[in-house]
Ligand binder design. Structure first.
Ligand code: HAM
Length: 432
C-alpha cells in the first residue's frame, strides 16, 4: 500500500526549499528595514479565536477538532487573529506603533487546485497603533518594495476602501448577514450573482445601481472625482472616500505611484473596516491574488480597547509561482563550498580531520563517506556544486601539504595543511 501525502499538501525537496529560503530571507530583510520584528504564534488556536468575528460559518473552511481534553481547537487559517490575540494577551501596554511580521503555514479546508492548497504559507505583518493614512501608506509601500527587491515587475497593485460600499449599504439599512452576503459576492467578483442577490433581498433599484457602478470603478487617482459624484450625499461613504484620497496623497510622499484604485475589492475576511488592497499577477490564472490586506478592527471585537491596525500577507506559495513564471533568477546555493577527498583508503581519517577543522572554522565542507574511487568522488562533488575539492594524498600529507582543486577552472595548487582554512576563507569571501 502506498502512503500518500494528504490532499492539498506538498513536499518541498531541497532545490525548491533553497529558492523558498532565498525569497523568505529577502522578505525578512525588507520587513526589518522598515522596523518590523518577527513573532511566532502556535499552529493551532482556540476555535473561538476564528469564529468570534467571522461567525460559525467559517468552520466550513477550517480544520477544527476536539483534543483529548475536549477543547475546541483549530489549525490557524491565517495569522491576523492570532497576532491580535498576542497583542491582547501581552502587548497592550507596549509603546505604539507596534510592528510585527510573521512567516508560517496556514490551513484552509478548500478545494485544492493550482495555487490553492490546504496547507499554504503566509509571509505578512501587522502594524498596530499607527494612524491611518501614514501607517497604511507605509505598509503599501513596503509590500511593493518587497516585490521590487525580488525583481517581480509584472503585477497589479489594487487599492480600495471598504467603507465606501459599506457606507452605502448602511445608509440603505442593509446590515448584518445581508451586508456580509453582498460583500462576499463582491469579493468573488461575481457581478451577475450580485445583481440576482440584491434583487432577491429587495434592495431598492437606486442602491443597486450605485453599488454596481461603484464596484466597476478602476483606474488612476482621477477616478476619485467619479466616485464622488456617485456617492452623493451618503456621509459615511463620503468620509471613506476622503480617507482614500488622503491615503493617495501620502503615497505620493512615499513615492509609490504604481497602483490602481479599485472599489470592487471586498476581501474575503470580514474584519476589514477601511483601506483594503490586493496584488494580482495575471499569469497565475484563477489564483492570481498573491497578497492581500488592509485596515481592520479585530482587537475591539476581541474585547480590547480600539486601536488602529493595518496589515497584509503575501501568499508565499503564489509569490513563488509568480517569480518562477517571470523567470526570476535565484542565486544558486551550492550545498557546501568544499569537498574533501582522500586519494587512498589510509588517508580517509586524515580527510575527516581536515573536514572537521574547516567546519569549525565556518567553512561548509563535505567529505567522502561512500569510499568511492577518485573519479567518481570528483563527479559527485561536481554534482553537489562544490566550488573546491581538497585532495588528500599520502606523499603530500607526509610533508604537511594537500592539493586544492578549483572545480570551475580545473587549476590545482599545493597548500600547507595549516593554512587551508585561511586560504579557503579568503577564496570563498571573494567569490560571494
Ligand atoms: P487572505 O487574502 O485571506 O488574507 O490571505 C493572504 C494571501 O494568502 C492571499 O492573498 C493568497 O495569496 C494566499 N492564500 C489564501 N488562501 C490560500 C490557499 N488556500 N492556498 C494558497 N494561498 C492562499 C489574510 O489571510 C489576512 N490575514 C491578511 C492580512 C494581514 N490582513 C491584515 N493583516
Amino acid at each position: 500500500m502506498d502512503i500518500l501525502k494528504p490532499r492539498g499538501t506538498r513536499d518541498f525537496l531541497p532545490e525548491e526549499l533553497n529558492r523558498r529560503k532565498y525569497v523568505e530571507n529577502t522578505l525578512r530583510k525588507v520587513f526589518e528595514t522598515y522596523g518590523y520584528s518577527e513573532i511566532k504564534t502556535p499552529i493551532f488556536e482556540e476555535l473561538s479565536l476564528f469564529t468570534m468575528k467571522s461567525g460559525e460559518g467559517i468552520k466550513e473552511q477550517i480544520y477544527h477538532f476536539q483534543d483529548k481534553g475536549g477543547r475546541d481547537l483549530a489549525l490557524r487559517p491565517e495569522l491576523t487573529a492570532p497576532v491580535a490575540r498576542v497583542y491582547l494577551n501581552e502587548l497592550q501596554k507596549t509603546s505604539k506603533p507596534l510592528k510585527m511580521y510573521y512567516s508560517g503555514s496556514c490551513f484552509r479546508y478548500e478545494r485544492p487546485q493550482a495555487g490553492r492548497y490546504r496547507q499554504f504559507w503566509q509571509f505578512g505583518c501587522e502594524l498596530i497603533g499607527g494612524k491611518p493614512p501614514e501607517a497604511e501608506a507605509e505598509i503599501i509601500t513596503m509590500a511593493a518594495h518587497c516585490l521590487e527587491e525580488l525583481g517581480l515587475n509584472d503585477y497589479e497593485f489594487h487599492i480600495g476602501n471598504l467603507g465606501i460600499i459599506r457606507g452605502i449599504l448602511n445608509d440603505a439599512r442593509i446590515i448584518g448577514e445581508e451586508q456580509e452576503q453582498i460583500m462576499s459576492t463582491i469579493d468573488k467578483g461575481d457581478v451577475s450573482g450580485l445583481k440576482t442577490l440584491m434583487k432577491s433581498l429587495n434592495i431598492p433599484e437606486a442602491v443597486r445601481s450605485v453599488l454596481i457602478s461603484l464596484i466597476g470603478i478602476k483606474g488612476h487617482k482621477e477616478v476619485i472625482n467619479e466616485v464622488e459624484s456617485i456617492v452623493g450625499s451618503c456621509k459615511e461613504a463620503f468620509k471613506a472616500l476622503e480617507n482614500l484620497e488622503e491615503l493617495l496623497k501620502v503615497l505620493d510622499a512615499f513615492e509609490f505611484f504604481n497602483y490602481i484604485v479599485n472599489l470592487g475589492i471586498a476581501r474575503g475576511l470580514d474584519y476589514y473596516s477601511g483601506m483594503v488592497f490586493e496584488i494580482y499577477v495575471h499569469g497565475l490564472g484563477a489564483q492570481k491574488q498573491i497578497s492581500g490586506g488592509g485596515t481592520y478592527n479585530l482587537i475591539e471585537a476581541f474585547g480590547g480597547e480600539e486601536v488602529e491596525s493595518t496589515g497584509f500577507a503575501f501568499g508565499f506559495d503564489r509569490l513563488m509561482k509568480a517569480l518562477e513564471k517571470q523567470n526570476i533568477e535565484f542565486p544558486s546555493l551550492s550545498r557546501t563550498d568544499v569537498f574533501v577527498a582522500p586519494l587512498s583508503s589510509d588517508m580517509r581519517e586524515k580527510a575527516f580531520k581536515i573536514a572537521q577543522n574547516l567546519r569549525r572554522n565556518h567553512i561548509s565542507a563535505d567529505v567522502d563517506l561512500a569510499r568511492r574511487k577518485l573519479k567518481k568522488t570528483l563527479s559527485y562533488a561536481d554534482n553537489l556544486g562544490s566550488k573546491y575539492v581538497i585532495l588528500v594524498g599520502k606523499r603530500d600529507f607526509k610533508q604537511g601539504m594537500i592539493t586544492l582543486k578549483d572545480m570551475k577552472s580545473g587549476n590545482q595548487e599545493p597548500v600547507d595543511i595549516n593554512d587551508i582554512d585561511k586560504k579557503l576563507a579568503g577564496l570563498i569571501s571573494t567569490k560571494r
